[in-house]
Design a protein around this ligand. Structure first.
Ligand SMILES: Nc1ncnc2c1ncn2[C@@H]1O[C@H](COP(=O)(O)OP(=O)(O)OP(=O)(O)O)[C@@H](O)[C@H]1O
Ligand SMILES: [Mg+2]
Length: 268
């Protein structure tokens, strides 16, 4: 499973934040990772300082004006590269939505990239819009991000139904995890709903790691960096994304099972 779409039914739940920080963790743990910004708003670009904002990217690739390898950006993390959203005019937004829904354009692009990377982490646009469906039709795996709030328990079954419908139509996309974001540890309503969400899921879909609501995300976003690069000594919440990566890797076939890893000797 090498194309991981980070998706949600509701907007603003933390998809871009999760895609960015998880991609950093996967790369630091050794996977050749390409973070793809498939949100026409260019959310990954907006989250980062540097030359990404005006860079060519997905839009130019999909319009046939550039090859993906020409637009991919290197980052300070050796194994992490980024394919920005590229430049879209208002007219392009319409093209993006209608032309991408059937998934074939994304399919061609993703297949061309797979030789060079262990995993593509794809940040998707808000809600289940046409471009997101186009991504999901080509992804092997989906990480669903939900906010720790009552609406999430109601929308979760709908999301699972949508994935089932895609599979019935020969798009073999599987959910690999549900990540509960913005948990407020001091609010019993918030922790209770996080637990309720996890209880709704079979163990292979629940993620033991949840992400707290924390002002550090605002600080990282104000500085335009992933949380892990905010301080020389990584913030403890940045390390939570390493745990999410470790939980997801075996589910995506990127590593052996947790049990096998535990048994590995220190010396050869
Ligand atoms: N755990 C968290 N704690 C505090 N703030 C958070 C957390 N996760 C995300 N945020 C903040 O919430 C806002 C929305 O996050 P983000 O942009 O990642 O959501 P999104 O799901 O990608 O939104 P959209 O649907 O518009 O693409 C951002 O300002 C982000 O910094
Ligand atoms: Mg986003």
């Amino acid at each position: 499973m090498r194309i991981l779409a980070v998706a949600s039914q509701k907007g603003g739940v933390g998809k871009t934040t999760v895609a960015l920080n998880l991609a950093c963790s996967l790369a630091r743990r050794g996977a050749e990772t390409l973070l793809v910004d498939a949100d026409p708003q260019g959310s990954i670009g907006l989250s980062l300082v540097g030359r990404i904002s005006s860079s060519r990217g997905l839009a130019e690739c999909l319009r046939g004006e550039a090859r993906a390898e020409e637009t991919v950006l290197k980052t300070r993390i050796a194994c992490l590269k980024i394919l920005p959203a590229g430049n879209l005019s208002e007219a392009d937004h319409e093209m993006w939505a209608s032309a991408l829904a059937d998934g074939s354009a994304f399919g061609r692009l993703f297949r061309g990239l797979l030789n060079d990377y262990s995993i593509l982490v794809v940040d998707t646009a808000s809600g289940l819009c046409a471009s997101t469906l186009g991504v999901l039709k080509n992804a092997n795996a989906v990480l669903l991000v939900v906010q720790a709030e009552p609406l999430s328990t109601r929308s979760l079954p709908q999301f699972l139904d949508m994935l089932r419908a895609l599979r019935r139509n020969n798009h073999p996309v599987g959910l690999v995890g549900v990540l509960v974001n913005m948990v407020q540890a001091k609010l019993s309503d918030s922790t209770a709903i996080a637990q309720e969400i996890l209880n709704m899921l079979p163990p292979q879909l629940a993620l033991a790691t949840t992400i707290p609501r924390d002002p550090m995300f605002l600080r990282a976003s104000a500085k335009g960096v992933p949380l892990g690069l905010l301080y020389r000594k990584p913030h403890p919440i940045a390390l939570l994304f390493d745990q999410v990566a470790a939980e997801l890797e075996p589910r995506m076939g990127l590593s052996k099972t947790e049990e096998e890893n535990e048994a590995e000797p220190l010396l050869d």
